[in-house]
Design a binder for this molecule. Structure first.
Ligand code: KG4
Ligand code: ZN
Length: 333
């Protein structure tokens, strides 16, 4: 089954053709990062307009790269939430129009389910059940993937998402947007033990995350340096901040693996491409005999191939949508 998938929930306009949930026939991503960079973050209104401009060329390119015509795909999938409502609407309207015009099934996909499913693409042997840590710009979720399309959320962030914390710290140290990859690169030059930043915890909720205290600690540290006239070692700040995030993520994920007796762990979302996070999980999993799965960086950040994968399993579970499908900005998993 070949699915044409569309993703437009934030600042990437993406389309892909995916066969049977695991084989990517094409994947096209048009990033708007250079446009939003000058505003220091994603401007929703601009994102929607750019999606409108980009979506048809991106879909045409995805079909052409897969050597297929629209008639030759079997279903149309689209992210319908969560995300920016105006951005989501562009993809949803496009997918509905194509499904209507070609009389093919329409499958609305949850964006987080897409991130989790990116793991199926590169790990052909991965089957549920497993635990997945989803860390992106908008979400930090610790999830038990009980079966295809069946999720139990063990914990989530009580305040900032992990990616949001990376972006805010990057801005504070003057690295610009998007901050995650820049902090990752700068941290490589720094000492992760140089500054003792807090490891956020939520009392009584062992699987929940909190990153706002860490972000404030970084801002306070920078303010104090400025007041004292001390020069800031930005690499040490990045490395020490990143070490705190790594500890928070690793400790929650392994608590869940131990408590629920799982031996398989996957990570997903833009922050999952962070080099320190990946290597910490690789070495912990090796030590503890846990199988570890992670997508390549291009499948961690927003893309449509992951939506095509999730849609295949949704379809097999009997999920299709009517032409009344709407964008749901705060869609629950
Ligand atoms: O999954 P994604 O593309 O979009 C959302 O669904 O939110 O994630 C984007 C987030 C941004 O906050 C970005 O700074 C972060 O992922 N990110 C990273 C890295 N690459 C992207 N964070 C840390 N290290 C990275 N290498
Ligand atoms: Zn995402």
């Amino acid at each position: 089954m070949k699915i044409l998938a569309i993703e437009s929930s934030c600042d990437e306009t993406a389309a892909a053709v995916v066969e049977d949930g695991r084989k990517v026939l094409s994947s096209v991503i048009s990033s708007q990062i250079s446009i939003h960079t000058k505003f220091g973050g994603v401007v929703p209104e601009i994102a929607s307009r750019k999606h409108i401009e980009n979506i048809n060329p991106v879909i045409r390119q995805a079909l052409s790269d897969a050597n297929l015509t629209l008639d030759e795909v079997d279903a149309i999938a689209v992210t319908y939430g969560p995300g920016l409502v105006g951005a989501l609407l562009v993809g949803v309207a496009e997918a509905k129009a194509i499904a209507y015009a070609t009389n093919k099934p329409l499958i609305g996909v949850h964006h987080i389910e897409g991130h989790i499913s990116a793991n199926y693409i590169e790990n052909q042997d991965l089957e549920p059940p497993f635990i997945c840590l989803v860390v992106s710009g908008g979400h930090t979720h610790l999830v038990v993937v009980k079966d295809y399309g069946e999720y139990e959320i063990l914990g989530k962030t009580r305040d900032d998402a992990a990616g949001e914390a990376f972006d805010k710290v990057a801005r504070a140290v003057g690295l610009g947007y998007p901050g995650g990859p820049k902090v990752d690169a700068m941290a490589k030059e720094g000492n992760p033990h140089a500054i003792e930043f807090p490891r956020g915890a939520v009392s009584g909720s062992p699987y929940d995350f909190s990153f706002s205290g860490l972000k404030s600690a970084v801002l306070n540290y920078l303010n104090q340096c400025e007041m004292k006239g001390e020069e800031v070692n930005r690499a040490d700040v990045c490395a020490s901040f990143q070490a705190s995030v790594v500890d928070s993520l690793v400790s929650r994920a392994f608590a869940a693996l131990d408590d629920f007796g799982y031996k398989k762990l996957a990570i997903a979302g833009g922050v999952a491409s962070n080099s320190a996070i990946r290597s910490a999980f690789i070495s912990e999993c090796e030590k503890k005999g846990v199988e570890f799965y992670y997508p390549s960086p291009i499948l961690c950040t927003d893309n449509a191939a992951m939506i095509g994968s999730a849609a295949y399993y949704d379809y097999k579970n009997g999920i299709t949508h009517g032409l009344d499908l709407n964008a749901v900005p705060n869609l629950k998993l």
